[in-house]
Design a protein around this ligand. Sequence first.
Ligand code: SAM
Length: 222
Amino acid sequence: MTNPWLEIPLSDYESHMALRTIGQAEMLASQFSDALLQFMPESVAVIGCAGGNGFDRIPATVKRVVGVDINPSYVAAASARYLGHIPGLELHAVDIQSGPSPLAPVDLIYAALVFEFVSLPAALGNLSRVCRPGGRLVSVLQQPSAHVHAVSPSPYPSLQALVPLMRLLPPAELAACAAFCGFALESEETLVLASGKEFVRQVFRTAPGRPTSRSRRTDGSL
Ligand SMILES: C[S@@+](CC[C@H](N)C(=O)[O-])C[C@H]1O[C@@H](n2cnc3c(N)ncnc32)[C@H](O)[C@@H]1O
């Protein structure tokens, strides 16, 4: 089955996320910006970067920026918008569930609303090799709600193709799988939007001295 993300036009995705009733684009960009200010990484990877939401808030202290998305047309749009404007920008059309990946390790990985769409063991196994020793993974997970649809109804029906793929994850499930892959939970907080949708932001850290990336292969990828 084709991954539905490959069939959703970026303009539909971005217009949906920017709707005032949904308001998620701004929240995700703010969380990214906050993580950069809090952890001051020299290198960052944005997993599921779409068209580069939040890239305009990257401070000059970040020397290397890696954007990753499964959809090559999203990566092409991010490239047209930001290549030449952000020093050290690399963009990769990659499925984070499978390798090999061209990503060299970074200090901070930001993964917002992407774990809902992938196999956790495969994705986290790969990301553990993309994070430097002592580096961090910041994730934002959407939470279930009795009153709000997982994929909000909007004038962009292409987004509804995500419904069968999307799985809202308990934060404890992500934390358990992350721990297995070498990411220890450092902090967790709940975010609530005006729409009533709830999200959980988790920060994970890898051990300062652990072996990284290409030397630790558990599932044959990367
Ligand atoms: C809900 S969007 C989040 C986008 C972004 N974080 C933002 O601020 O708008 C999920 C993104 O993850 C990408 N994605 C989904 N599955 C992926 C995979 N297996 N590997 C890489 N990217 C993936 C999608 O193409 C999409 O751009």
